[in-house]
Each structure stands twice: as structure tokens, then as C-alpha cells.
Design a protein around this ligand. Structure first.
Ligand SMILES: [Zn+2]
Length: 354
């Protein structure tokens, strides 16, 4: 039977199916609530957010789908979490664990990576309204500048060329972009967010510095201006305003968002780990206790350096944490709009069902 054509299914059956799906989803949500309230284990759920942007915001066009949650969805997440969990600052949990103190049951920490200006614009008012603490991991050398991370630069460059100068695709300086197994057609049609995501994944075969150098080279040779005017990242005053409420704490996410992998020289890894902490402490007058590995990458040496300089660190490995989890390799659950747009999908995501 061809069920693709919705019109062949009678309305009464459609209604019954919808009602039965709704009932199943309500059972899932109720079971989740019963389980978490009865659970007295000292587990820690850490959520990983990046950008909070309204659905139609221009900035979402040059962003990968895994990076964004809308303010409405974010507010819904925060109120659900406040119902089920003890939301605490990440560094407070880490410190309790290190001091051998009792860990709270059903603990949850909210984290944001990178230090996007939209965190101040859209997430901070919601955190204040719901009195919810959070940790923001900053890339110290880029705060208060107009600089962009390379995925954003790459997305804007490709979108600008496709929209305005498709004739440039045949330029030899752009051949490295086309040398990838992805199926985006370099034409006058800008890539959609899934294609941007695949192009970024493909570019990761080069080091972060190498990608920046190549993008600068293309912008100079073709005389392209891909800047949209407004800075993408927070400035220090915004950071201090958030800290002063007592709700937001800051962690380090390196100086320049360099992946701490085998491609990165040992001396650079050392500087990224150490100098970012010093720089953030200089601007905020706070002790920076936690670290976040860019892209979730780290060598054994990088992990050792982070252990020497911070009380705890988060990765991109997915899962919950217990008292036995290494405090410097804490797992998180990544949250974005596509997989957590309503209560049921959000609960399913944080439970590890999807
Ligand atoms: Zn990051």
C-alpha cells in the first residue's frame, strides 16, 4: 500500500493514530518524571548549548543546525529542568566532588560553548527570569573582537560567493573547498544548513590555523567582505554583567578555539590551556576553575595540562556523570533545536533515547 499520499488515509484513522502517539509520548514524559523524582543517585547531567537565536534571525543562515536553539525552546527546557533537577553551577559540583562532600541527587549543569553574543541577548534574560545558573565557556582572545570562528567564516564565504560571485568557483584558490566527498554543488545556490555542516566537517582535515590562513587568502585575493557588521561574540562588559548577577560563571574554551589534537604543536597546546585562564581571570577578577575542550579533542598531554590548571573539564562525549566519572573528562548531552523542540523530544534526548 502506498501510504505516502496522506489523502488516502481516512480522517478518523489519522485522528486515532495522532491520539495514540500523543498518549505514548505522555507516558514517556510521566515515566521520566517518576524516575528522576525517585532517583537519589548522585548523578550529574550536563547540557551543552551553543547559540540561542530566534527562528527567523539572519544569523541562523550561516549556522550549522547542531548549534542553535530558539529562545522559546530554551525557556521551555529551563522550566522542565527546574521541575525535575537541582540545577547547580558546574564548578560547585566539581568542588563538592573534589572535597569528598556529598553530591546532590538529580544534579544538572547548564553549559554554553564559545561565548556567543546571543547568549547575552536571548539566554541571559531567561536564566534571570527562572533564576537558573549556567556556565559559559569563553574563547579568551576572541571576546570583544569582530573575529569569527572558522566554520562561521567558511559558511559566510561560501554563501557570499554562491549568492554574488558564482563565477569565482572555478578560481584555483578555491579548489581545496571543492576537494571533498560532500555533495554540495558549487553553484549560484547557497548551501543549506546541512550542507554547511558537511562542508565544515570536511574542512576539519586541515588544522584550525591552516583553515583561517586559507580563508584569509581567498578573502584577500577575491576582495570579499564577509563581515555582517555586528560582532558574533560577547564583549567583556557583557561577561561582567552576567557574572555580577551571581547566576553565570565563566570557564575557559582556549584562547583561539584551537583543537587540542595531534596536529597542534605541544607549545601551542600549553599556551591555549594556560593563557586563556590567565586572560579571563585578568578581565573578570574571578578564579577560572573549569575548561571545555574545543571540538571535544584532546591528547593525553593536553588532558594532563588541563588537570594541572583547572579543577574540572567537559568533553563532547555523550552521557551522564557519576561520582566515578573523571572530573576532567565530564560527559555532556548536546542540545539543539532539531532534536529537542518540545517536551517529549527534550526528555527523550536527555534520557539518551535519541
Ligand atoms: Zn567550541
Amino acid at each position: 500500500m502506498n501510504v505516502r499520499n496522506n489523502n488516502v488515509i481516512p480522517q478518523s484513522i489519522k485522528r486515532q493514530v495522532k491520539q495514540s502517539i500523543k498518549r505514548s509520548l505522555q507516558h514517556i514524559a510521566a515515566a521520566f518524571g517518576r524516575h528522576t523524582r525517585a532517583n537519589k543517585e548522585a548523578q550529574l547531567l550536563i547540557l551543552m548549548y551553543h547559540r540561542i537565536l530566534p527562528h527567523n534571525d539572519e544569523r541562523t543562515k550561516s549556522e550549522e543546525p547542531g548549534m542553535v536553539v530558539t529562545p522559546e525552546t530554551f525557556k521551555q527546557h529551563m522550566s522542565i529542568l527546574n521541575d525535575y533537577f537541582n540545577i547547580i553551577k558546574l564548578s560547585d559540583w566539581v568542588q563538592l566532588k573534589q572535597n569528598g562532600k556529598a553530591l546532590p541527587a538529580n544534579a544538572c549543569a547548564i553549559t554554553f560553548d564559545d561565548g556567543w553574543a546571543d547568549n547575552y541577548e536571548f539566554a541571559f534574560p531567561i536564566l534571570q527570569e527562572l533564576n537558573t545558573p549556567a556556565t559559559i565557556f569563553l574563547v579568551s582572545d576572541m571576546i570583544g573582537t569582530d573575529e569569527m570562528f572558522w566554520p562561521e567564516r567558511l559558511a559566510r564565504l561560501i554563501t557570499t560567493i554562491a549568492s554574488n560571485y558564482p563565477q569565482y568557483w572555478s578560481h584555483p584558490e578555491l579548489s581545496w573547498l571543492q576537494d571533498n566527498p560532500e555533495n554540495y554543488l558549487f553553484s549560484d545556490t547557497p548551501p543549506d544548513s546541512e550542507e554547511i555542516s558537511r562542508l565544515c566537517a570536511s574542512a576539519k582535515k586541515y588544522s584550525d590555523d591552516e583553515i583561517h590562513i586559507r580563508l584569509t587568502h581567498i578573502e584577500n585575493i577575491l576582495q570579499l567582505d564577509i563581515d555582517n557588521g555586528a560582532p558574533s561574540l560577547l564583549n567583556w562588559q557583557q561577561v561582567i554583567d552576567m557574572i555580577n548577577t551571581g547566576l553565570v560563571e565563566i570557564g575557559s574554551h582556549t584562547c583561539r578555539h584551537i583543537r587540542l589534537n595531534e596536529q597542534t604543536p605541544a607549545e601551542v597546546i600549553k599556551q591555549e590551556v594556560f593563557n586563556s585562564k590567565k586572560e579571563i581571570e585578568k578581565h573578570t577578577a574571578q578564579t577560572i576553575k573549569t575548561f571545555c575542550f574545543p571540538n571535544g579533542d584532546y591528547t593525553p598531554k593536553a588532558l594532563e595540562l588541563v588537570k594541572q590548571n583547572y579543577q574540572g573539564a567537559v568533553t563532547t562525549q555523550s552521557g551522564w556523570n557519576t561520582a566515578d566519572t573523571d572530573t576532567h573528562q565530564l560527559q555532556r548531552i548536546g542540545i539543539h533545536q532539531d532534536i529537542a523542540h518540545d517536551k517529549t523530544s527534550f526528555l527523550a534526548r536527555i534520557s539518551g533515547w535519541m
